[in-house]
Design a binder for this molecule. Structure first.
Ligand code: 6LW
Length: 504
């Protein structure tokens, strides 16, 4: 990504937020756009992004970054936790409504600055289900619409609900899982946009409209207004969308989609990513433009793209917002204070098979990339991992005198390679290489190569593993790969961590 202003650029690349960033919800305040995503079992939760051109996004924080906002039981399953936020700006403040399926259900938060701090939660015990949306009408009523699709009026300051919860639409006949509702007042109509068909290959976006926020809603004759089901399109599972209007009056949709790789059925490893597509209006209905990996740029100058440095030296005291841990992050277990300019992880669980293991990582955002870290295991055992969930991860773990690679795939766990190393800090390395030429229909999407670097920089690969086993099609669930550091015994110190994109 270039740091130069991109005026004159005629195209942009999708996804606009690569890596596991699903269920995008967007709002605009003046010239600034803000976007929030789901975060599931990771802490902190709900990454919040900022952009001035809809194309280049910078993470400015995580809305739920305190235990009082995000309670994830230590044995809660992966792909539980935080689902599907809605982010809105109303009455001079930001509002975020979200579901914690592992503990607190629906909750509402506010902030004056979307970078934080966000308030403690307003609990919503009387709002059922998932995927809550917020919309205000001209009388100041706040409508909360949830998957299913049902609706209740509430006081967003107290969480009190008024009147009964009512079903307002059940989506298209025969389509499963009407979800992800967002309600908008545009022109003379209230539009109720949903996703349906399930969040896999049949995912889609449909819309209905009515004269009041409560309906009745008349479905768009052209539903679904967006789907890639049954196509060979490189972007699949398209759905869970939100709409935003630019300052120039143009309309845009953000949505989730995946990029499957390899042979059949196609395996996606980066999770559900955030894409951008233009929207036009015809006969009072939105018409979604062409969604593609390289798309015509919006009609305004593009801002300089954010440039994430390859190396994190852990010398800032605080971790950057893209670092996530599992379920919680007790200060003593993940700290740059114990050994200045090093990140120290103190083991809780004995391995990445445990839900309460000490792990701090970042989302894999590129099909091909390289991760390296200098690790000192004089006081413990730990290393680098490519993680999808507790049952699906590849680890390269160092102990004093040895490095070994372990693969966990479903119920099977095995050490696939090991090698003695001299005592002292060691550079561990993971190369993820996308496969572009299929040797047969079962070829995986990528290869995960794990090894060490000799002091002169020579890479010694210990093993090369098929990446398909760390894909959503194999593991199930809603997340994508996270690449990170873990401690499985004692205290493990990391001097630096590199993440280098290698996509062509
Ligand atoms: C989310 C639902 C969905 O709540 O997946 O794709 C669920 N859409 O709307 C988890 O992300």
């Amino acid at each position: 990504m270039s740091n130069l202003p991109q005026t004159g650029t005629t195209t942009f690349n999708n996804p606009v937020i690569p890596g596991f960033h699903p269920d995008p919800s967007i709002c605009r305040v003046g010239e600034d756009y803000y976007l929030a995503c789901s975060s599931f079992e990771y802490f902190p939760g709900v990454p919040v992004f900022h952009s001035r051109d809809l194309v280049h996004w910078t993470q400015i924080g995580n809305a739920l970054d305190r235990p009082s906002q995000l309670r994830l039981p230590l044995d809660s399953p992966s792909s539980g936790g935080i689902y599907a936020p809605t982010l809105r700006h109303h009455d001079g403040r930001f509002w975020l409504i979200v579901t914690n399926v592992s503990s607190d259900g629906n909750m509402l938060f506010t902030a004056t600055d979307p970078a934080g701090p966000w308030s403690d939660p307003v609990p919503l015990p009387d709002v059922p289900g998932i995927d809550p949306d917020l919309a205000w009408d001209e009388h100041g009523n706040c409508w909360c619409t949830v998957a299913g699709v049902g609706q209740v009026r509430l006081d967003p300051y107290t969480g009190e609900t008024f009147g009964p919860y009512r079903k307002v639409w059940s989506g298209s006949p025969g389509a499963k899982a009407p979800e992800a509702p967002h309600l908008y007042h545009i022109g003379d109509y209230w539009y109720l946009m949903i996703a349906e068909g399930g969040t896999e290959r049949c995912h889609s976006v449909s819309i209905a409209r009515g004269r009041t926020p409560e309906g009745p809603f008349e479905p768009c004759p052209a539903n679904p207004i967006l789907t890639h089901r049954g196509t060979e399109h490189p972007i699949q599972n398209t759905g869970h969308a939100d709409l935003v209007q630019g300052p120039d009056g143009s309309w845009w949709m953000v949505l989730l989609g995946v990029r499957p790789g390899g042979g059949t059925p196609g395996w996606h490893v980066l999770g559900r990513e955030t894409f951008l597509v233009p929207v036009e209006w015809a006969d009072g209905w939105p018409v979604v433009g062409e969604l593609s990996l390289e798309a015509p740029a919006p009609p305004w100058p593009l801002e300089p793209g954010p440039v994430m440095p390859v190396r994190d030296d852990f010398d800032l005291g605080e971790l950057a917002p893209h670092w996530v841990s599992l379920r919680h992050r007790p200060g003593d277990d993940c700290t740059t204070k114990e050994r200045p300019d090093w990140l120290t992880l103190r083991a809780r669980g004995a391995s990445l098979d445990d839900t309460d293991v000490t792990f701090t990582g970042r989302r894999q955002q590129h099909a091909s990339c390289r991760v390296r870290a200098l690790v000192d295991v004089a006081e413990g055992r730990g290393g680098l991992a490519v993680r999808l969930d507790e049952q699906h991860h590849y680890d390269i773990e160092a102990t004093s005198g040895e490095v070994r690679v372990r693969a966990r795939i479903g119920p099977l766990s095995t050490v696939v390679a090991s090698r003695p190393v001299p005592p002292g800090p060691v550079v561990l390395r993971v190369d993820v290489a996308a496969i572009e030429t299929l040797s047969d229909a079962r070829t995986g999407p990528d290869t995960v190569i794990m090894g060490i670097e000799e002091p002169d920089g020579t890479f010694v690969a210990l093993t090369s593993l098929d990446g398909k086993y760390l894909s959503t099609e194999v593991a199930g669930g809603f997340t994508g790969r996270v690449l990170g550091m873990f401690a499985s015994a004692g205290s493990v110190h990391f001097d630096w961590f590199d993440y280098e994109p290698l996509d062509r």
